[in-house]
Design a binder for this molecule. Structure first.
Ligand code: ACO
Length: 316
């Protein structure tokens, strides 16, 4: 039996830091409100010459180095992003050109928003398990600052830019144990990329409180479903690697899994919500600081626009 293993991780963050105190000068908000309601202190903002493709390239190079492979060894590149440099060519094809390769499949996953990395992991897992791909580069890369309305205090305080990557490959032992994907378009109006007026630049619109309540309920049910599918118990999980949207959602998920916060990867204090990049960014940070170790069981979960949500349970 073939399983999918994470062979290496990598990440990239832009240099520019935007603090809550700087946001106080831009919109009617306070550092206290942002920290108390979200857990975010600062976020990174891409420079004008940085795009989803340039950040993805940096994260991917690290992940391939960690995995001990080169771009020529790749069978597939998947980039999860809602903020591509261009709709087409895809960010994944732009990466092929940057790496000087042509012999692999390459596509973007644009539509699963914050759950893009989990959706990508589930797709990659199918290709590796059935023997149709050996090495897959999966990246989440986002320039959220480009789709934020910087006059809207309810959303502009939340998001940040960055990229995280993993190289996935085959193994005769788990690996990815199971993934679960969900979506419900009936909630399409509470979180979207929309134009306020005709021809205006589309920006994130969100009924934050409604999204918050749905996230807590849906993710709680998702954990039960994922553990049942994997025939595992809460006590088998070593780490929760959650999408970094709000510290209160994450605390509630840790409680649901009966995990202390020391067993939860947290990056949103320094990075904000980087959408599809947040899970691979958090994973890479925890791997590089030797918090997460080989053989440990990880629960990954994400929730975002669509609504779309999903989980992955894996042995690192
Ligand atoms: N500074 C100060 N006050 C603010 C701010 C701000 N930045 N933003 C909102 N407020 C005010 C509101 O106007 C409201 O005031 P009112 O009571 O006078 O009307 C009050 O604060 C409370 O607003 P709520 O929206 O109820 O605040 P809440 O506690 O829900 O926090 C937040 C808002 C942080 C957005 C939270 O709801 C949240 O994190 N939601 C989930 C977001 C999420 O998970 N999104 C999914 C991923 S994103 C994606 O897919 C692209």
């Amino acid at each position: 039996m073939i399983y999918t293993k994470i062979l290496g991780t990598g990440s990239y963050l832009p240099e520019k830091i935007l603090t809550n105190f700087e946001l106080e000068k831009m919109v009617d908000t306070t550092n206290e409100w942002i920290v108390e309601r979200t857990g975010i202190h600062e976020r990174r903002i891409a420079a004008s010459n940085e795009t989803a493709a340039t950040m993805a390239e940096q994260a991917a190079k690290q992940a391939m180095l960690a995995a001990g492979i080169s771009a020529r060894d790749l069978d597939m590149i998947i980039v999860a992003t809602t903020t591509p440099e261009k709709v087409f060519p895809s960010t994944a094809c732009l990466l092929q050109q940057r790496f000087g390769i042509a012999n692999c499949a390459a596509f973007d996953l644009n539509s699963a928003a914050c759950s893009g990395f989990i959706y990508g992991l589930s797709i990659a897992d199918q290709f590796i398990r059935n023997g149709n791909a050996k090495h897959i580069l999966l990246i989440g890369s986002e320039v959220m600052s480009s789709i934020v309305d910087w006059t809207d205090r309810t959303t502009c305080i939340l998001f940040g830019d960055g990229a995280g990557a993993v190289v996935l490959g085959p193994s005769d032992a788990p690996g990815v144990i199971c993934t679960r994907l969900h979506a419900d378009g009936n909630h399409k109006d509470i979180l979207s990329l929309s134009s306020q007026e005709k021809n205006a630049k589309p920006c994130i619109k969100m009924a934050g409180n409604s999204v918050f309540k749905l996230a807590v309920n849906m993710l709680g049910d998702l954990f039960d479903e994922t553990l049942a599918a994997a025939h595992l118990k809460k006590s088998d999980i070593h780490w929760l690697v959650p999408h970094q949207a709000n510290i209160r959602i994450i605390q509630s998920m840790a409680k649901k899994l009966e995990l202390p916060m020391e067993r939860v990867t947290i990056t949103l204090d320094k990075q904000g919500n980087t959408s599809s990049a947040s899970i691979p960014l958090a994973l890479d940070q925890a791997v590089r600081t030797r918090q997460i170790k080989r053989g440990e069981i990880l629960m990954l979960e994400a929730f975002g626009g669509g609504l779309a949500w999903g989980s992955a349970l894996l042995k690192f």
